[in-house]
Design a protein around this ligand. Sequence first.
Ligand SMILES: [Zn+2]
Length: 394
Amino acid sequence: MSLTRRAFGAGICGCVLAALARRGFAQARPVEPGRTYIAPGYRPPADSDEKGLWSLLDRVERERKTSRFLVRDVELNAYVREIVCRLAKDHCPDIRGYILRTAQFNASMAPNGMMEVWTGLLLRCNDEAQLAAILGHELGHYLRQHTLERWRDARNKSDFGAFLGLGLAVAGLGAVGQLADLALVASMFAFSRDQEREADEIGLDLITQAGYTPVAAAEVWEQFIAEYQAGTAERSRQLLFATHPEPEERLVALREAAAKRDGARGERGRSRYLAKLAGVRARLIADELALRQYGRTEIVFDRLLAQSPDDGQLWHAKGEVYRLRAGDGDAARALKAYETALGTGNAPPETWRSIMLVELGAGARDRAQAAFDAYLKQKPGAPDADALRMLLSQ
Ligand SMILES: [Zn+2]
């Protein structure tokens, strides 16, 4: 989909890709009339500039492998790979996925087969079909070598300033989430509307062929628009509309295309998705809260809760939005959410710790003590027990 990162990936690809990839296309094979995909197993010719680009991307990829942002959860990685292979079929061996711990909605795909999935995306998807829709879109860019096309456009316009900026951006790459650089690159190297439309179409074809619910693509896009329009910092909104100038138009097109494919049928994979995410979700929620973009985060949690009204972890997370925001009336809102969490029967023990902190803030020492006791009862070896005891005794 490409808020910032995918466009950044496009930038990486564009800048070094010299007159090169002609030969690459010679090896491609037609998949359907009028549309030629990159061939499975494709490698750029040894003496080509494209090869140079791949070397650069391989270097970036090696950094990814040791990145402190890399999520190494074995089961989750295997799961994402399984989805990618289900969509990409013959291309599966050419694709390597990296889950990166960054609380933003994004995925990207580089021409050498390096795919990135950001954890903010995983937190936001309702089910496997929605994640597959985003991955399918990225695969669409990859299969059609849009990055190369985009680069050719830029080259023909002799936009050397842009290339220079990209070179610097790539050189400085290594950590994820440098939004300032990403904004710059995204605005220069966004895919064209035609490319986005094509990636949408291919993505929809891939998920439909794989047996997923076609309408998931429109849904996830709609969620994205709602979140960013309603709650996001101005800069993020600018990023979104720099790379996707006509979001509503795309949404309509995706809805219509899904309807033509009998959009609501197919697999959702919801319980499987939640089960695979369970091992990391508490951390993803904490990362989301750490952004301190409470308006946006509240929208995300409310939407997820509409799907899972009995999810104690999400109710606790919603309470945390209010506790951390600490505005007028937020203490009461937080306590109400925690109470609902406890009522589900599957709230995390930390719900009690949160109640303790809110009660302490309101000067209700007895209730704070009771909440602390309940916390320790549920989590006897809590590593923060001593610190909380100190708080209580002050
Ligand atoms: Zn895209």
